[in-house]
Design a binder for this molecule. Sequence first.
Ligand SMILES: [Fe+2]
Length: 291
Amino acid sequence: MIVSPFDLKAHDTYAAWRQRKLDIPPPTGADLVVEIKNPRTLTAAEHAALMRRIRQWNMALYASAALEADPEILRLLGRQFGLTHLDANWLAGEDGISDISVHEGGTLEAYIPYTNRPIKWHTDGYYNPPERLIYGMLLHCVCSALEGGNNQLMDHEMAYLLLRDQNPEFIRALMQPDAMVIPERVDEVDGVRPRQGGPVFSVDAASGKLHMRYTARTRSIAWKQDEATRAAVAALEALLAQPSPYILEARLEPGMGLLCNNVLHNRSGFTDNPEQPRQLYRARYLEGIMG
Ligand SMILES: [Fe+2]
């Protein structure tokens, strides 16, 4: 059986993991970037450079010359990191890879990713049921905005570490199976989606990997109404609101992309060039990238 450092009872395993994590100084957004030629077929050196960053920080950025609007880029890139099970998202195209750009009018306009509005801190698929947790996520930029559309990124394991350093009770509260509830809602496309409760932090029994389910949104979300959860959520909000060396700034330009184990991220609002609107492809996977 795997002893996960994220188990609150695993004191020694956690202490060793924590030390290894803190031994390496936090990267800048630029440190995360690996120059690659073709994301569809990485060289061994490119793959290793990306993997090193993912192993340490659960994320890596690449800069490539792949400028064509081709969603296959993500599928082929993901496969090279063991990502094969795409989350079947009803908003995504038939191939399970979403085309993220501004949609005016129609159903997609109701969903923030498809607008130019800012998106608060979250992990992807926080509303998914427990059997469809998103462990891996890829983004590829076809066209960047005229202005804005920048991302901030934070390794969710660092969020766990910093919160546990403050008070392990925060972790205990955020691991409660009913810590965060998405109330039942009626959806134009999906019909009635049942109430979906779950923890913020959970540990995958097979791999010992940490999963984080979070959104800073306050609409369509209900936190468990007890003192411990309130305190933990406030601490997490404060952590993400303060300047921190562990909050990385990134801006995806054409040909660039993000490979990550569904780390915390946000997006600033943006202004499009009407001739060349911002366009990203996004793939969400039911498995993470294993080091
Ligand atoms: Fe997202």
